[in-house]
Design a protein around this ligand. Structure first.
Ligand SMILES: C[S@@+](CC[C@H](N)C(=O)[O-])C[C@H]1O[C@@H](n2cnc3c(N)ncnc32)[C@H](O)[C@@H]1O
Length: 395
């Protein structure tokens, strides 16, 4: 496909997304009906689409439109202006290119805004209240860029330098990521990593560096019984198992999410015990309980940018209620010295500090052992971790 045809395809997909379709679904259905598109075309259309959703408000404003009146065409006009792509070379109307700009469209174009947070106003206000306007704007702008692609070296099977050496010889351009000791981040974007023999041998998993850093922040050395209470696909379960060398119990309310975990654990050489039924988890039986809580995902909105435009106050309140429920459920499972480690991939105080304060106010005898924030940076996503411990268990 020519560059203009890829932009026309992005316009088509974006129209579906602003009409309410989920971004991944809209891209998949476009790819299905566009058999002529090769892998590079699909990647290029995807890049256009994700970049436009991340910057939806800015690009709409360049095209002289509001966020409410978003359309694929105005978004791509804004995207081209922002990237200094001459509009007349793209909007030509020839073959599969989008049709030329009308006089009205041309007259509506304005300069790119410098301080648009590109998120709903109520969310930006909440971020600003928690971290101050300038930091909030810096975080919002960080979310408008593409996120890094990072691998986690399986330290049970190899070392980071050894893996880096093998992958470099296989043509993968990587850098050591300072956020986590097992993290290697792609310098040059490329797909197909999970087809490499190194992946099949279990030498690495795909995992954001902040997710890895959360696991690295936990002291697993004196913890024999480790529970990943919201295991999902098991990314953190495997990291916990690799780091501790111990059996990790994995649970999730939606057991279906853990369906690939046995196979992933086998590939990694990790010892994972899956517990589908919460009633079978041993009371007072765990020294480390990781809660990788369901959340807005605001710290990783670079990867799922439509989520930031869809989050509502009501949904956030629902998530907070679920997070509190999960915290409550884990208290009876913690051993006398046990730690409850509550994490979110969110930068919203409502899901982080507010939940910490709620826990401390509602559970007597518990205190904060450690608290960490990871902001959205070129190295990793935004994450939060607070570790609670019984006051009488402090050394
Ligand atoms: C952020 S995801 C976990 C991601 C996973 N830890 C990983 O690293 O790949 C949150 C998970 O919490 C699960 N969850 C939601 N409510 C829960 C509950 N009450 N008890 C246990 N798990 C729950 C969801 O099904 C979802 O898989």
């Amino acid at each position: 496909m020519r560059p203009e045809a890829r932009i026309a395809a992005a316009i088509e997909v974006l129209d579906e997304i602003v009409g309410g379709a989920a971004a991944e679904k809209a891209l998949t259905s476009w790819a299905r009906r566009s058999r002529f598109a090769g892998s590079k075309d699909r990647a290029a259309v995807r890049d256009h689409v994700y970049h436009s959703i991340r910057n939806l408000s800015s690009f709409q404003s360049i095209a002289g439109q509001t966020s409410c009146g978003a359309s694929g065409r105005s978004l791509m006009i804004g995207a081209c202006v922002a990237q200094e792509i001459p509009l007349d070379t793209v909007f030509t109307g020839e073959r599969h290119a989008p049709h030329p700009l009308t006089d009205e469209e041309r007259a509506a174009i304005t300069a790119p805004p410098s301080d648009d947070p590109d998120m709903p106003a109520w969310i930006f206000e909440s971020l600003s209240n928690a971290m101050g306007h300038d930091v909030a704007l810096q975080q919002a702008r960080a979310l408008s860029h593409r996120g890094p692609i990072t691998l986690r070296t399986n330290l049970q099977k190899t070392t980071r330098p050894a893996l880096m050496d093998r992958l470099t010889r296989a043509g993968v351009d990587l850098r050591e990521n300072p956020l986590a000791e097992a993290a290697l981040t792609l310098v040059q974007d490329r797909g197909g990593l999970t087809n490499l023999p190194e992946f099949q041998e279990g030498l690495f998993e795909m995992q954001d560096a902040s997710s890895q850093a959360v696991v690295e922040a936990l002291d697993l050395s004196r913890s024999d019984h480790i529970l990943d209470f919201c295991a999902g696909g098991g990314g953190k379960t495997l990291a916990l198992a690799a780091r501790s060398g111990k059996v990790v119990t994995a649970h999730d309310i939606d057991a279906g999410r853990m369906k690939d975990l046995p196979q992933r654990a086998e590939r990694a050489g990790a010892q994972v015990r899956i517990m589908r039924d919460r009633a079978h988890l041993k009371p007072a039986g765990f020294d480390i309980i990781l809660i990788d809580a369901p959340c807005s995902g605001s710290g990783s909105w670079r990867r799922a940018p439509d989520a930031k435009w869809r989050l509502t106050r009501e949904r956030l309140a629902e998530l907070q209620a679920i997070q509190r429920d999960v915290l409550m459920q884990t208290v009876p499972l913690a051993s006398a010295q046990g730690r409850i480690c509550y994490a979110t991939c969110s930068i919203l105080a409502e899901e982080n500090e507010v939940q910490k304060d709620w826990f401390l106010a509602n559970f007597d005898g518990w205190a904060v052992h450690q608290e960490h924030h990871w902001t959205v940076t070129p190295d990793g996503d935004g994450f939060y971790l607070v570790q609670f411990m019984r006051e009488n268990a402090f050394d």
